[in-house]
Design a protein around this ligand. Sequence first.
Ligand SMILES: NC(=O)c1ccc[n+]([C@@H]2O[C@H](COP(=O)([O-])OP(=O)(O)OC[C@H]3O[C@@H](n4cnc5c(N)ncnc54)[C@H](OP(=O)(O)O)[C@@H]3O)[C@@H](O)[C@H]2O)c1
Length: 253
Amino acid sequence: MTPLALETKGSVLVVGATSPIARAAAAEFARQGYAVILAARDKDELDRIAADLRIRSRVEVTLLPYDADLKGSGTRLAEIALELEPPLIGAVWVVGDLGDQDRAQEDVTHAKAIVRRNFTGVIDVFTPIANAFEARGAGFLIAVGSVAGDRGRAKNYVYGAAKAALHAFMSGMRQRLDRKGVRVRVVKPGFVDTAMTFAMGPLPLLASPDKVGQAVARAATGKKDEIYTPGPWRWIMLIIRHLPERVFKKTNI
Ligand SMILES: NC(=O)c1ccc[n+]([C@@H]2O[C@H](COP(=O)([O-])OP(=O)(O)OC[C@H]3O[C@@H](n4cnc5c(N)ncnc54)[C@H](OP(=O)(O)O)[C@@H]3O)[C@@H](O)[C@H]2O)c1
C-alpha cells in the first residue's frame, strides 16, 4: 500500500500523552519531523517525556494541561493547540480508562466518569479541531478505540459502550470530512502490555505499546480507516460480532 503524503510538516497534538502507546506515537511523529504538542494531567511525567523526545528528535515539543474530568479543559486545549505554530496538522486521542466494571454497576458516577474519559471528552477536543481542519481542507484525526467497543461484554460493558460511541463518532466525522481532505482514523488495539492490563494474568496476542503506538502514527498516512492491532483481532472480532445473541449471552467471552 502506498502511503499518502502529508501536506506539510506541522504540529501533532497527542492527548493522553503519558500513556506508553501515546509516547510511542509521539516519538514516531517527532522522528518524522513534526512538532508535537503533548497534553495530559501529570505535569511531571509530561516533563520527563518531553525531555526524552527533545534529545531524541530535536523537534519542538509543547506541553499543555488536560484533564477530561475538568469542565472546559478540552475546549481550552483545542483553542490553544489551534493557535500554536507550526500550525496543527493532526490530533490523536489516546485518553482512556478501563475503570472498574463491578463498581460501575453500583456507582453511576463512576460509570459516567468512564464514559467521559473514553468518549465524551473527545467531543470537546475534536469538534473545534475538526472544524478548523475542514475549513483548511487538510489534517488528520486519530482516536485510539478498542476491540472492547465492537461488542458489549459482561466484563467491561461500560468501557466497551464508551469505546463503541467513540468509534461511531469517528465514523460519522469520517463520512463528513473525508471528502473535505481530512483523514479520520480509529485504531482498535486488542490487549496491550500497559498499566491498564497489569495484573490481568496471561493475555492472548498481547501487544507491546511501542508496536501499537507505531500503528497509531502510521494511521495518519495509511489508507485504512479502522486499524486492528495486532491484525488478527479484525477476524476474531468479526466472529465475536456475528455470534447470535442467544449464543453470546451464554458464553463467558
Ligand atoms: N492496554 C490495553 O490493553 C488497551 C487495549 C485497547 C485499547 N486501549 C486504549 O489505549 C489507550 C491508552 O491506554 P493505555 O493502555 O496506554 O493505558 P494508560 O497508560 O492507563 O493510558 C491511559 C491514558 O489516559 C489518560 N487519562 C485517564 N483519565 C484521564 C483524565 N480524566 N483526563 C486526562 N487523561 C486521562 C491517562 O493519563 P494519566 O497518566 O494522568 O492517568 C493516560 O495517559 C486508551 O484509550 C485505552 O482505552 C488499551
